[in-house]
Design a protein around this ligand. Structure first.
Ligand code: HAM
Length: 420
C-alpha cells in the first residue's frame, strides 16, 4: 500500500505544537480586533488575473510562484499567494467603500500558497494574519498599523525584531527615480536576467542579495533624493507618529518589497534569529491598487505577518508561551456502571464551562491515570462501583497529589470552586 506524505514544502500542524499557531494568530489579531478592524474571509482561490494585475506580472510571486490552473469549466484560477488583492476585491464587490465609513478596516487569517524553493521558514503553504485599511490617505493610519504589529509581537514576548521603514514615492516622483535608476543600471556589468529585471522592475535590482551586484550598486541613485514634497511630508509624519508611540524603527532606503502595488510607506519586520528567511511580516501603502483592479481611487495601507515565521521567532528567542492546559478535569471510571455515571458528569462539567475529558477505551486504573497525567488536567475524578454505591467520587488534585471523597451531586460545584 502506498504511504502518503505531506507535499513538498508543506507541513502539518499537530499537537502539542499546533496550539502555538493558534496562540500566535490570536495574539496578532487581538490588537486589530481592539482597534476597529472587522473580520473578513475570502476564497482560497481567485481569478488569476486579479493577482497578475494586482501583485504584478513581473514579480516572482506571479511569474514563478503562482499555483495557477484551469478548472473543468475553463476558468483560469490561482491559489491565493497573498491576501491584499483578494481583500480589496471583496471590499469593492460588496461596495464596503460606499457606505460612508472610510477607511474600511479589515483583518484576516488564512493559508497562502507560493511555489517557492522550500527551506527553513519558506514553505509552499504558509499562513498569515493580515490587516488592510482601505480608502484613506492618512499617515496616522500607516502609523496605527505599524504600532499594532509591534504590539502584537511584543505581546507574544518577542524582542529581537527590527522594523525597517521606507517610502517608495508615488505616481509623481517614482517614475522620475525609476528613469534615473535605470540609466545607472544600464552602465553596470550585470548578467542577462538582471539586465532584464532592470528594464521591467529596476527597484527590485536593489534587493539583489549577491555581493558582486551589491558592490556595483554603491553610488546608485537613492529614492529618498527623488521623493516629491508631498511624499516627503507624508513620510515625515508617519515617522513622527511612530516615534511618538515609542516604537523604534530603522530607515532602510533599500527596502523595496516583492509586490508591485506599493506606494509611499513600506515596511518590514525582520527577526534576527531566523537566518535568511528573516522577514516575519511586511506591508505598506498601496494607493493605486484599487484602480489597477478596476475600482475607484482608494488609497489604502496594510500588512501581513507570517504565522509560521513568528512561531520560528518564538523558538529562536526561547519564548515559552503561557498556554493554559486545555483540560481541567479528567474522569477515570472503573467498571461499566461508573463509566455511565462519570460520562454523564463529564458532559455536565463541560456544559458548566469546565474543560473536561474522559478515559476512553476501557483502560485499567494505571493506564487511565497516565492519560489523566498526560492531559495536563488539574484534577482527576476517579470512581468505581463502591464509591458510587455511597454517592461519592474521589477527587485527586494532580498538583499536590491530595485526594478526597466528594459527593457526586456536588462534584460540579466543588470543581468549579477549586478551579476559581
Ligand atoms: P509578503 O511580504 O509577501 O507580503 O508576506 C508577508 C509575510 O508572510 C512575510 O513577511 C512572511 O513572514 C510570510 N511569508 C511569505 N511567504 C512565505 C513563505 N513562502 N513561507 C513562509 N512564510 C511566508 C504580503 O503578502 C502582502 N500581502 C502584505 C500586505 C498586506 N501589504 C499590504 N497589505
Amino acid at each position: 500500500m502506498a504511504t502518503f506524505k505531506a507535499p513538498k514544502g508543506t507541513y502539518d500542524l499537530i499537537p502539542p505544537v499546533s496550539v502555538k499557531y493558534l496562540a500566535v494568530r490570536e495574539a496578532i489579531s487581538a490588537p486589530l480586533r481592539n482597534s476597529g478592524y472587522g473580520y473578513i474571509e475570502t476564497p482560497g482561490f481567485e481569478d488569476v488575473g486579479l493577482f497578475a494585475r494586482g501583485v504584478g506580472e513581473s514579480t516572482d510571486i506571479v511569474s514563478k510562484e503562482m499555483y495557477a490552473f484551469e478548472t473543468k469549466g475553463g476558468d483560469q484560477l490561482a491559489l491565493r499567494p497573498e491576501g491584499t488583492a483578494s481583500v480589496l476585491r471583496a471590499a469593492l464587490e460588496a461596495s464596503l467603500h460606499k457606505q460612508g465609513n472610510l477607511p474600511v478596516k479589515l483583518w484576516y487569517s488564512g493559508s497562502y500558497y507560493r511555489y517557492e524553493r522550500p527551506q527553513k521558514g519558506r514553505y509552499r503553504h504558509f499562513s498569515q494574519v493580515g490587516a488592510e485599511a482601505i480608502g484613506a490617505e492618512d499617515p496616522a493610519l500607516d502609523a496605527e498599523l505599524i504600532i499594532l504589529a509591534d504590539q502584537a509581537y511584543r505581546s507574544l514576548g518577542l524582542s529581537d525584531f527590527r522594523i525597517l521603514l521606507n517610502s517608495l514615492g508615488d505616481k509623481e516622483c517614482r517614475p522620475v527615480y525609476r528613469e534615473a535608476l535605470q540609466s545607472f543600471l544600464r552602465g553596470l556589468d550585470l548578467d542577462e536576467e538582471t539586465v532584464r529585471r532592470a528594464e521591467i522592475n529596476p527597484l527590485r535590482v536593489l534587493d539583489d542579495k549577491r555581493a558582486d551586484v551589491q558592490k556595483q550598486l554603491v553610488g546608485a541613485p537613492v529614492l529618498r533624493d527623488y521623493l516629491c514634497d508631498a511624499c516627503k511630508a507624508y513620510h515625515e509624519e508617519v515617522r513622527a507618529l511612530i516615534t511618538a508611540a515609542g516604537v523604534a524603527f530603522e530607515d532602510d532606503e533599500k527596502l523595496v518589497r516583492g509586490l508591485d502595488y506599493y506606494t509611499r510607506t513600506t515596511f518590514e519586520f525582520v527577526h534576527d534569529g531566523l537566518g535568511s528567511q528573516s522577514a516575519v511580516g511586511g506591508g505598506g501603502r498601496y494607493d493605486g491598487l484599487s484602480e489597477m483592479i478596476g475600482g475607484p481611487a482608494l488609497p489604502s495601507v496594510g500588512w501581513a505577518l507570517g504565522v509560521d515565521r513568528t512561531v520560528l521567532a518564538l523558538e529562536a528567542e526561547g519564548v515559552e508561551l503561557d498556554i493554559p492546559a486545555s483540560t481541567s478535569v479528567f474522569a477515570v471510571a472503573l467498571g461499566e456502571e461508573a463509566r455511565r455515571v462519570l460520562f454523564a458528569k463529564v458532559t455536565e462539567l463541560r456544559k458548566a464551562g469546565v474543560a473536561a475529558d474522559f478515559s476512553f477505551g476501557g483502560k485499567g486504573l494505571k493506564g487511565a491515570m497516565k492519560d489523566a497525567n498526560r492531559s495536563g488536567a488539574r484534577f482527576a475524578v476517579v470512581a468505581g462501583e463502591r464509591d458510587l454505591a455511597e454517592g461519592l467520587v474521589q477527587l485527586k488534585d494532580m498538583e499536590s497529589g491530595e485526594q478526597s471523597a466528594v459527593a457526586l451531586a456536588e462534584l460540579v460545584d466543588t470543581v468549579k470552586a477549586r478551579l476559581a
